[in-house]
Write a protein that binds this ligand. Structure first.
Ligand code: ADP
Ligand code: ZN
Ligand code: ZN
Length: 725
């Protein structure tokens, strides 16, 4: 009898044995329905064996085998590697890789047509042949003629009555169900690619010189150097021989513009995107197109990494340094690192692209584990890097957060009819409310953080846990009625600028103004259309966007991270400022960047002024080597969370006591997390370091077992290669 070892979405690190029953041959990776306790659950067959430790009478047959074989060999291997590496239950890892619709026990409904297209008979119908009152049918007919194939979702979006109408079309023989069809070739011709710059050409040739094998290429190119063009060229060549390409981006907001560039270049290739903003139906459809090999380009955020791709031929990770590639809860994986693991397993090249690579990646390139490719100049011949200057706020007086030189530069920019961006990484009106009498400040009672002033809605908000309250009419401690917002936020800056430049068109771009689903694309559109003179924006705007008329960037208040306790803070600040600065002068107009700081001579700013990533990375690496931080060691963090800090710390002390001996690892003392209190929970952690990754892995594997059952009412989790402390 064949035993199916089934992965289930339960927090137990084991597989569960079932027999195939009457199902006969079941392939590994198959989705099955099983009874588990009193429930019915969907699971995935992870292994098939001959023996079970259970007595035969306790082995139940699977209730049902779905025939969509979702997780064929390659991806199952990756998921297993991921579960092992992050010490996370395999069942949770495997089931999380499936779209929600496939995780549920209700009968799968793949029979429903997903797309429709016109038949020859339908194509032949003129608009006037439909009666004028059949407006929905007319609209549908026109849309199908234009698009070739429409999905259910697209049809439903035309009108609530469009889905019944398309069924009428099918009944009349005018339309047919397309199932999972490739998108019809677009009518627009592919835009001709620009001739490559010599540096781009070298990069493309290098990567294409060994297409069919694993190699990580670190593409280090300054902002605007044409990294995307390198991806496009390599992809175009590789896909000529069939196959699929996976492209990962850190942020959902970057997908539309990249999708657009890919579609314009490869209108004949089916492309799908995968990210959390899709509906469950869209996600399932796109996932199936990828899994069946039909989608040739799969573009998505970190969750797209676990999509089965039978023809995988290349992986691209854009902005590889970005922290969003690391998931911060549940399975705390790094999609960048797992992309490299996937490339290795599949034997395909991996391109990691960035203007400011993660120090880990840079170090790997320097030590020849990765191959380094450099794009040192901007791709548009006339575009030069912006001139970066620091404004010493120790000397200049600030009026509502703005220095005179920055105000003058903004004025000059306005007079030239060009756009400027004022960057500040704090949304809201002001970071905190303060009482001048007794020193009370607005703090969140659930977190170790301050409540941000949102003056427009007269509210105080915690940006960590979401708690909000009214702005109190008087100080809660001393009754003083004269409370003042302290410091700058995007809203206050917007107000100040409006006062200084009443004729300027000012647009604020932050999470608050972009809350609606369509708001950000619409705002970007307005900037592109030159309907905006001054943009006040947070990091939401810092990445990837290419505004041709933007020539001035002002950075307000970037000093917070300079002397942070987090050893990665300066690496992040440098990357962020480089990104922001990169928004200026991307086309023929020269750009200028002004940074207001109290520390103009700080090495970070000095390197930034020279546009010297390599030099800065070198000095950071020297610091890290001396301090014994990553990449010169490997880290794991045991995180604990409880109602009381003492409870969490006591658990960590116990955990330290049961740590297996005989491993060459360093265990630090339990300490409160940098943000000790979050959403009413107290958090602490214990750091483990080792010089060798495999020693650390072996240690954590044993430790993990020893920790089982030790938690009591403490929630704990292991975080391998942690980024946040
Ligand atoms: P990056 O991804 O490195 O920031 P992009 O690929 O977005 O850079 O390129 C920046 C700009 O340069 C874009 O407007 C792009 O169309 C243009 N560009 C890229 N490569 C070339 C080239 N070889 N010749 C002319 N323009 C180019
Ligand atoms: Zn007071
Ligand atoms: Zn809070």
């Amino acid at each position: 009898m064949k035993i199916l070892r089934v992965a289930l979405d339960v927090p137990l690190d084991t597989l569960f044995d079932y027999s195939s029953g009457e199902a006969g041959d079941v392939p590994p990776g198959a989705r099955v329905l099983v009874s588990f306790g009193r429930r019915k659950m969907v699971g995935v067959v992870a292994e098939i064996t001959e023996h079970s430790d259970l007595p035969p009478e306790r082995i139940k047959p699977v209730l049902r085998v779905y025939d969509d074989a979702p997780l064929a060999g390659e991806i199952l291997r990756l998921l297993r590697f991921c579960a092992d590496y992050y010490h996370h239950p395999l069942g949770e890892v495997v089931l999380n890789a499936l779209p929600v619709a496939l995780r549920q026990a209700k009968a799968a409904a793949p029979a429903r047509a997903e797309c429709y297209r016109l038949t020859a008979a339908g194509e032949a119908i003129g608009d006037s042949e439909l009666p004028a009152r059949a407006a929905v049918k007319r609209k549908l007919l026109q849309a199908l003629k234009l698009a070739g194939t429409l999905t259910r979702a697209e049809i439903a979006a035309l009108s609530p009555r469009a889905l019944p109408a398309v069924k009428d079309f099918v009944a009349s023989g005018w339309a047919e169900e397309g199932g999972l069809t490739d998108p019809a070739p677009a009518a627009v011709p592919a835009s001709p690619p620009p001739p490559l710059t010599p540096a781009q050409d070298q990069a493309v040739s290098a990567i294409l010189s060994q297409p069919g094998r694993f190699q990580v290429w670190l593409l280090h190119g300054i902002t605007g150097s044409g990294k995307t063009e390198v991806y496009l060229r390599v992809i175009g060549q590789i896909l000529q021989n069939g196959g699929q390409v996976l492209v990962l981006v850190p942020e959902i907001n970057l997908t539309p513009q990249l999708e657009g560039r890919f579609r314009a270049r490869f209108p004949h290739l089916a492309q799908v995107s995968l990210h959390s903003r899709l509906s469950a139906g869209e996600r399932l459809r796109n996932w199936r197109l990828a899994q069946s090999g039909r989608a040739r380009i799969v573009l998505g955020t970190r969750l797209a990494l676990f999509t089965p791709l039978p023809g995988l031929a290349l992986i691209v990770v854009d902005e590889e340094h970005d922290g969003s590639f690391k998931q911060q809860d549940g399975l705390r994986y790094s999609a960048r690192d797992m992309a490299v693991a996937r490339g290795k397993q599949a034997g395909v090249p991996v391109i990691l692209g960035s203007a400011t690579p993660a120090l880990e990646s840079w170090y790997n390139a320097r030590s020849d584990r990765y191959r380094l490719l450099e794009l040192p100049d901007r791709a548009v011949a006339a575009a030069v890097l912006p001139a970066i200057r620091c404004i010493d706020t120790g000397r200049e007086r600030l009026a509502d957060g703005l220095s005179e030189p920055l105000i003058a530069a903004l004025r000059a920019c306005l007079e030239r009819g060009e756009q400027s961006l004022v960057f500040i990484n704090r949304r809201g009106f002001a970071p905190v409310m303060r009482c001048g009498q007794c020193g009370w400040i607005s703090t969140c009672h659930r977190c170790s953080s301050r409540l941000v002033v949102h003056l427009r809605d007269r509210r105080l908000r915690c940006h960590h846990c979401g708690h909000e309250s009214r702005i109190p009419p008087a100080c809660p401690d001393c009754g003083n009625a004269d409370l003042a917002p302290i410091g700058q936020g995007t809203q206050r800056l917007e107000e100040t600028l409006a006062g200084l430049f009443p004729a300027a068109r000012i647009l604020r771009v932050d999470r608050d103004s972009a809350r609606r689903k369509e708001a950000l694309p619409a705002m970007l559109e307005r900037i592109h259309a030159a309907e905006v003179d001054i943009v006040v924006g947070t990091q939401l705007l810092a990445k990837g966007h290419d505004f041709k008329n933007l020539t001035l960037v002002g950075v307000v208040n970037a000093d917070g991270a300079l002397y942070s306790a987090d050893f990665r803070a300066s690496e992040r600040l440098f990357a962020q400022l480089m990104q922001v600065a990169g928004r200026a002068g991307r086309d023929v107009l020269p750009g200028e960047v002004l940074i207001q700081t109290q520390f103009p001579t700080h090495p970070l700013f000095q390197a930034l002024i020279r546009h010297d990533y390599a030099g800065f990375a070198q000095s950071l690496l020297a610091e890290r080597r001396q301090a014994g931080f990553p990449p010169f060691c490997h880290q794991a963090l045991l995180r604990a969370e409880a109602g009381q800090l003492d409870t969490a710390l006591a658990f960590l002390k116990k955990a330290r006591a049961v740590a297996p001996a005989d491993f060459d690892v360093t265990l630090f003392d339990p300490v409160p997390a940098q943000m000790a209190r979050l959403a009413g929970k107290e958090r602490a952690h214990l750091l483990v370091q080792a010089a060798s990754r495999s020693v650390l892995q072996a240690f954590v594997g044993k430790w993990d077992q020893a920790l089982t059952g030790l938690g009591g009412n403490v929630r704990w989790a292991l975080d391998i290669d942690p980024l946040e402390f």
